[in-house]
Design a protein around this ligand. Structure first.
Ligand code: FRU
Length: 509
């Protein structure tokens, strides 16, 4: 019994555990709102996707891209939150216009992590990204070191924090170097705009020695213009992002004098999000380290970067396989839970059926013994008599009889029993009644007014009278049956008693 209980408890525990866990442990849904596309953002995205199962807690990363459209980004933020994400990671196309949408997210209790681009207010949970002031300064110092005269800066959209901060850092160093002529123009992260700006600048007659573009995308636009204007080699171009296959390659090819690696680290973004969601300690401001790629270090940086990218691709493959296994595991877990529940229900059903069967057996046995008792009761004359008495309504019960009546009844019975014996003695009759001969005489005389002998003869004749009327027996047969020694003496006594002969009684019929 105890083993059965343990088995059932174990089974129940298995079902609870199986239904309780998600199969991949706790999984947090992280929504990512990207302001736009491009190689740099693709890299961050792939790093975040590769890190979904990298940490103790699992993450499900869903990414929406607004293609540099602020309105679209606001819609995407709303729908990400409505889809039930646990945390929002956002790189705003423009920080100020999305502030209201972010307030709605926060109102729903969903934490918000800004990455790469900063918020215009304090309404965010954490920030993670490279130091853009630092990037601007590093590039500026590099330019100063190389020496030159006219330096031009082409900025990204000045409504974004990276552009503002890159400019801030760059302008600061320029200010410290008044021997340089410094020109700054805005190109909204657009390669074509950067191209036009350079063309216009060259048309003025003053050709810049250095052009610092806020990203490598705009740097390619500048390079294109420079080539077209026949100024290749004369105008040195520096960009930001430093991606393998893009900025790093341009430095390798000599198209650019340098590129600042603007760090991506998608895995760190996922880690920060999970730390927030799981209540682990985390830093509110998280600065990622960047570095300058120059012709001196470009090959080494290229090697490392490509290796990292390759590893990230392996991680994505592993991640996809993991997802596949989790899917399979979840199906198996559901099947197993279903089977365990079925077994549990079957056991319960068997136990119920078994109990019902045992109860049925008990009932049958009880009914059988009751039937037997009843049969016995009704077939046993003594019991039947009792039952008759029990069944008789009180008013119909026989009136209580006194001693004399009881004696008369017993005497009646005793005489009838011995009546056919012609030699019966009064002593025998007395003995049967538990009385002596004299006592019998007195008692019979007192009750009936007859002596025992007279009573015996009267009862013999009465019985004969009945038999004559109710049977076809002969007079002689009846005479012997009621205890007379001879039919003649019987006829004589009968005539004395009833005034006619037994034969006369027969012929009257
Ligand atoms: C990509 C990008 C990068 C740049 C960053 C600044 O969208 O333009 O090239 O470094 O954004 O936020």
């Amino acid at each position: 019994m105890q083993t059965r209980c343990f088995f059932l408890t174990d089974l129940l525990l298995c079902v609870i555990l199986l239904t309780g866990c998600t199969g991949t442990g706790q999984e947090y849904h992280i929504g990512v709102s990207q302001c736009g596309a491009g190689r740099w953002r693709e890299k961050v995205n792939s790093e975040m996707l590769a890190a979904q199962h990298l940490y103790e807690q699992h993450a499900k990363v869903s990414i929406a891209c607004a293609n540099d459209n602020t309105e679209r980004q606001i819609q995407q933020i709303d729908s990400l939150v409505n889809s039930g994400i646990d945390l929002l990671v956002v790189a705003p196309n423009e920080s100020a216009p999305i502030a209201e949408a972010i307030a709605r997210v926060r109102k729903k209790g969903v934490p918000v992590v800004y990455f790469d681009r900063k918020a215009t207010n304090d309404q965010y949970t954490a920030f993670i990204g490279g130091s853009n002031v630092e990037a601007g300064k590093t590039v500026a110092n590099y330019v100063v070191d190389l020496g030159g005269r006219l330096v031009m800066e082409i900025t990204g959209s000045m409504s974004t924090s990276p552009a503002q901060e890159r400019h801030e850092g760059f302008a600061k160093v320029m200010a410290e170097n008044p021997h340089l002529t410094y020109v700054c123009r805005e190109a909204d992260w657009s390669s074509d705009k950067a191209c036009s700006i350079i063309e216009e600048q060259v048309k003025t007659g003053s050709i810049p020695d250095f052009v610092f573009c806020h990203n490598d995308g705009m740097a390619t636009g500048v390079y294109k213009a420079v080539v077209e204007l026949g100024l290749e080699g004369k105008v040195k171009i520096i960009g930001i992002d430093g991606l393998p296959g893009e900025g790093i390659e341009y430095v390798q090819f000599g198209h650019q004098e340098g590129s600042y690696i603007y760090p991506t680290h998608g895995e760190k973004i996922v880690k920060l999000a999970l730390d927030i969601l799981t209540g682990h300690p985390y830093e509110r401001e998280n600065v990622l380290q960047g570095m300058m790629v120059t012709p001196d270090n470009v090959n080494l940086v290229d090697l490392n970067s490509r290796e990292l990218m390759e590893q990230n691709e392996h991680m994505i493959t592993i991640n996809n396989k993991l997802e596949e296994y989790f899917g399979m595991y979840n199906i198996q877990r559901k099947l197993l839970t279903g089977s365990l529940v079925t077994i549990l229900l079957l056991i319960v059903a068997v136990v119920i059926a078994w109990r019902a069967y045992i109860q049925m057996l008990k009932n049958t046995r009880q009914r059988q013994s009751m039937n037997e008792e009843q049969t016995l009761f009704y077939t046993d004359p003594a019991r039947r008599k009792i039952q008759q008495l029990l069944d008789t309504p009180e008013e119909n019960l026989p009136a209580p009889r006194n001693q004399d009546t009881l004696f008369a009844e017993r005497l009646n019975e005793a005489i009838r029993k011995h009546m056919s014996n012609p030699n019966i003695k009064m002593e025998d009759l007395g003995e049967e009644m538990g009385l002596g001969r004299v006592q019998l005489y007195r008692k019979v005389k007192a009750i009936t007014g007859l002596t025992p002998v007279e009573l015996l003869r009267k009862m013999r004749l009465q019985q004969a009278y009945v038999l004559l009327g109710n049977t076809t027996k002969t007079v002689a047969e009846i005479a012997y049956e009621v205890g007379f020694n001879t039919p003649g003496y019987f006829s004589k006594c009968f005539k004395e008693q009833y005034g006619k002969l037994p034969m006369d009684l027969r012929s009257e019929e």
